[in-house]
Design a protein around this ligand. Structure first.
Ligand code: ARG
Length: 472
């Protein structure tokens, strides 16, 4: 048969059965090296464990393993020193590394891919990479919890309005408010730990989809790479990306929590509220209005869920309806996953920067409290408990007292006993104590309540629960 004139251009690793070259645009379209090169550490770790196992099982010789090992270590150094030429033609990180290995050590390099496929290789690489990132993010979240707890400890008795519907509801302590986020982040860390646990099974050794006829030892590779065990089904192992979806949904909740806190920071630092001062290091000026200090960091964190939810939907859509087992569709898992990791890390770290340096403005918090009649509920409760007035009626009388204070342009605690008696004739002097904001807060001592003495206990509990060494 006459040879195709373009045959000399066929140089892909898998080019054996091909008689013509890949189109240039196909090469670009098909390649993932532009983004999957960040997996090089994990790809090399996986290959080291795999080749050691091949040699222990006498599938390759000890000498070949030693050569492969030194070649892979050299490649690791080359890549980390930015001295590696990544090639689009070699598609992805796996083939780039393998090709370079053959360049460095010759024929033995070609034995590395015995008893494995890129399908089990890529699944292993992503799991190893994501596992490392989960541990990093857990630490970032823990640092954020630490800063929140430290601020809660400082502001354990600082009074501020608590809101519902963004209307002043009842007085709370700033420390209590900050600890609410510590709880949310605690659940977030729990979800990440959960995801990490389910992720921690080794796909390598599943080969392309069916397992392999070589006498491999999957347990050895699993232990070497710190997995709990090898996966039980080779087909599931190469087509599973649940762990990425789980991580991205856990990240979506982190993003939701951070965006809520970010929104509060925006509100609290606004001219109308002035409850807090954000650190200059995390705010920006305006190019035209010199007086401005804008909460850009908080606004960006408020916006990032857009990307993070988008990435989750992106991957779920890629995976839905995919037949068993591997399909090139799955190469599309990487960019959204990598972007989510990068974005969520940024958000957590930047939020920590803002929280650790923010300062409360107690006067402004108190001013807003006074205006909001936040002890109205305490007044109604007093009428119920002490004057035996049914709650609905008490609610009505309290409304009238609020109206009175409003017309006098004063706070509830500034009303005199006579003024109160004009609405509730048999009110006694105790009512004046009840209306004091400070007293109101200190009565909220039910477990989980806002009283300063509760906050002191809650800070202790949170330190024990969240700031120890173990992942939650
Ligand atoms: N770059 C590919 C990916 O990210 C690696 C696996 C390729 N496997 C294959 N059979 N083409 O998914």
């Amino acid at each position: 048969m006459k040879k195709n004139s373009s045959e000399k251009n066929v140089s892909n690793i898998w080019g054996g059965r091909f008689s013509s070259a890949t189109d240039k645009i196909m090469e670009e379209f098909n390649s993932s090296i532009m983004f999957d090169q960040i997996l090089y550490v994990e790809d090399i770790d996986g290959s080291l464990a795999h080749s050691e196992m091949l040699s222990r099982q006498n599938i390759i010789s000890k000498q070949d393993f030693e050569l492969i090992k030194s070649g892979l270590n050299q490649i690791r150094t080359e890549i980390s020193n930015n001295q590696f030429n990544f090639s689009l033609k070699l598609e992805d990180i796996h083939m780039n590394i393998e090709n370079r290995l053959v360049e460095i050590i010759g024929e033995p390099g070609k034995k590395l891919h015995t008893a494995r496929s890129r399908n089990d290789q890529v699944a292993t690489d992503i799991k190893l990479w994501l596992r490392r990132k989960i541990d990093e993010i857990d630490l970032d979240l823990k640092n954020l919890q630490k800063s929140l707890i430290e601020k809660a400890e400082i502001y354990y008795d600082l009074l501020m309005p608590g809101y519902t519907h963004l209307q002043v509801a009842q007085p709370i302590t700033f420390g209590h408010h900050l600890l609410a986020y510590v709880e949310m982040l605690g659940r977030d860390r729990g979800r990440l730990a959960d995801c990490r646990k389910r992720l921690n099974e080794l796909p390598l050794g599943s080969a392309a989809l069916a397992g392999t006829s070589y006498p491999i030892d999957r347990d050895f590779v699993s232990t070497t790479l710190n997995f709990d065990k090898p996966t039980d089904n080779s087909m599931d192992a190469v087509s599973d990306r649940d762990f990425a979806v789980e991580f991205m949904s856990a990240s979506s909740l982190i993003a939701i929590h951070l965006s809520r806190l970010a929104e509060e920071l925006v509100i609290w630092s606004s001219d109308r509220f002035n409850f807090i001062k954000l650190p200059e290091s995390f705010t920006t000026g305006s190019s035209i209005m010199p007086q401005k200090r804008n909460p850009d960091a908080a606004e960006l964190i408020r916006a990032k869920p857009g990307r993070i939810f988008g990435n989750l939907f992106n991957l779920m859509t890629v995976l839905k309806g995919l037949p068993m087992t591997y399909g090139k569709d799955m190469q599309e898992d990487k960019e959204p996953l990598f972007d989510t990791v990068k974005t969520i890390k940024y958000c957590v770290i930047v939020m920590e920067g803002m929280i650790s340096k923010l300062e409360a403005v107690p006067d402004k918090m108190m001013e807003a409290l006074q205006k909001g009649f936040p002890t109205a509920t305490d007044f109604a409760d007093y009428l119920v408990t002490n004057l035996d007035i049914p709650f609905r009626d008490a609610h009505h009388f309290t409304g009238k007292v609020v109206l009175l204070a409003e017309s006098k342009k004063c706070s509830l605690e500034q009303l005199t006993l006579d003024e109160i008696r004009s609405v509730v004739p048999n009110a006694d002097t105790n009512i004046l104590k009840i209306l004091k904001i400070k007293n109101s807060v200190s009565t909220r001592t039910s477990y989980g309540g806002t009283a300063p003495k509760n906050v002191i206990e809650a800070v202790k509990r949170a330190k024990l629960k969240y700031l120890g060494n173990s992942i939650i």
